[in-house]
Write a protein that binds this ligand. Structure first.
Ligand code: G
Ligand code: G
Ligand code: NA
Ligand code: MN
Length: 254
């Protein structure tokens, strides 16, 4: 019980922190795009991962507060990097199905962009296929609302769960993220290599950006380069960095 009130406090007092994992654009080798990953460093329990506290926030009715915190924090960070003189960095945030269900999501995003004076193209929302299993017409309306703002939408963890190719034609995605389970097997397992190859071709044909997640070694990187993947993300290149570390990284690069 006390951990739940701690979470309430943490959201209100801004004790959660965002870290940012770079997505490397393979053609140019540059980083202009990151995924925001939330961390909660609990005073006595140490680090608690979102896989543990997001469900908790859902149970105790804090999820829209958490979502709103996340949206604002991401925009605030983008503003702060812009003000530092970095090239525009696109920030992707993860939204759980329940966060996605909120009727005020589109409005909250719009307000946060205006408040922090962020171009909508600097924000991306990552959702998983489980979001799409919900009330289709409502999900569709929300996705279209987000896209109309000019914010990008990515389908995360593609290829796991209830993947249906019809999602790709029915919902307005900009980006598809290949799940890391395929990447981690692509060298030793020819079926996984074939799946990745086919997903990348599909993305090219549908005009979607494609990101490979969970790249952990040189062989996987080489494979993805050979197959003309657009972006890679993973520990081989970088884990999630603090805002300051990320900024230093990009300045060093440019
Ligand atoms: O960073 P880590 O491996 O601990 O992330 C675990 C899971 O939590 C991932 O599936 C990731 O998408 C999710 N996650 C990370 N940050 C957020 C967030 O801010 N909101 C939500 N809803 N999920 C997040
Ligand atoms: O579900 P989602 O794709 O949002 O999960 C993102 C999580 O994946 C992050 O919390 C991050 O810690 C983890 N991650 C990122 N890169 C790698 C990687 O190269 N290997 C592994 N095992 N996990 C990764
Ligand atoms: Na994600
Ligand atoms: Mn993913």
């Amino acid at each position: 019980l006390s951990i739940e009130s701690d979470l309430r406090q943490a959201i209100r007092h801004n004790d959660l922190e965002l870290f940012f994992q770079p997505k490397v654009h393979l053609k140019t080798g540059t980083i202009r795009s990151v995924e925001a990953l939330v961390r909660w460093n609990h005073p006595s329990r140490g680090e608690i991962t979102p896989s543990d506290f997001v469900p908790m926030a859902e149970q105790i009715g804090l999820i829209s507060e958490l979502g709103n915190w996340l949206i604002n924090k991401a925009c605030q960070q983008a503003r702060s990097w812009n003000d530092e003189g970095l090239p525009p960095i696109r920030v992707a945030i993860n939204l759980s199905p329940i966060q996605f269900r909120s009727g005020t999501l589109t409005g909250n995003i719009k307000n946060a962009l205006a408040k922090h004076k962020i171009a909508p193209s600097q924000l991306e929302v990552e959702i998983t296929e489980t979001v799409l299993l919900e009330d289709t017409s409502r999900v569709m309306k929300t996705l279209e609302g987000i896209r109309k703002l000019g914010v990008r939408v990515a389908l995360d963890d593609f290829g796991t769960g209830y993947s249906s190719l019809s999602y790709l034609t029915r919902f307005p995605f900009n980006t598809l993220k290949i799940d890391r389970s395929f990447v981690s097997r692509c060298i030793k397992h020819s079926q996984s290599a074939a799946v990745i190859h086919t997903i990348i071709q599909l993305c090219k044909n549908l005009n979607l950006e494609v990101v490979a997640e969970g790249v952990e070694n040189e062989e996987e990187l080489r494979f993805l380069m050979d197959h003309r993947c657009d972006y890679i993300q993973g520990f081989y290149f970088s884990q999630a960095l603090s805002a300051t570390e990320l900024s230093r990284y990009i300045k060093r690069q440019s």
